[in-house]
Design a protein around this ligand. Sequence first.
Ligand SMILES: O=C(O)CCC(=O)C(=O)O
Length: 280
Amino acid sequence: MPGKLSTDMSLTEDQIEDYRHNGYLVIDDVFSTQRVAQLRAAADSEAICAAVDERGGSERTVHLLEITRRHPEFNQLSYDERILSRLRPLIGDDIQLQHSKLATKPAVAGVGPYRWHQDFAFFPHTNTHLAAVMVMLDDATPENGCMQFLPGSHRMGLLNHLDGDGNFAECQERHLWADASKLVDITPRAGGISIHHCLMLHGSPPNTLGQPRRGLVYQYRADDAYQLADHVFADTGTVVSGERRGRVRCEEMAVALPRRAAPGDPYGDAWNQIGSEVDL
Ligand SMILES: O=C(O)CCC(=O)C(=O)O
């Protein structure tokens, strides 16, 4: 039974402290049943379904990127004050979108484990003021493959995601999630959200329920976090709060660039700082 819609749109001091300590928050009843119905209708629209199907979405987990450019409802949601007012205490007033996606786990039992990782390993920036918001379109449960987090892991720094050949892979520190008693299931109901720090170590088990689990993921970043590698999507850099100030803040850390095996695309498509290979 959904609770009363949360009218307090910011975070309490306790929630802010919780986020600093544990690296995540789960907040239920952020969006009304009616708003969830609109978002589900968008997810069920012909264009979105076709794009998910094209990527094998009836049989496997699909992360359909650039959803703000694929449907106006998803674009509008990226600017929603119910989200942004909760993000500002965590990453500041000037906020950009880094990417957006629809994360599906289809109604096929046993489908869709997502390997353990830190988001920041995929798209390192000059600082770690990035946070992902997942807006649930279905109740997230352990049975339908909800995300699992290792609380406090955002304080471990960036962990190794390169396999023995130096290619980008899942997190290599497998002992960290071997003890299930240290992990938490992230189970917002439909209309609820989770927010997690870009260094949160997380994964998700398969869907064993045979009912879909869909979430809209918005990865946000502070305006002063400058992207070092990986892709620039159609909506990367969209200012959703405050303004673009043209200043970069650097945290002291070393990051491994997420080298992928794709020929001609070793570090992503725009931020590799290698430039043209043609001599001018
Ligand atoms: O869809 C999932 O369960 C996993 C999503 C996730 O880990 C991510 O987007 O980083």
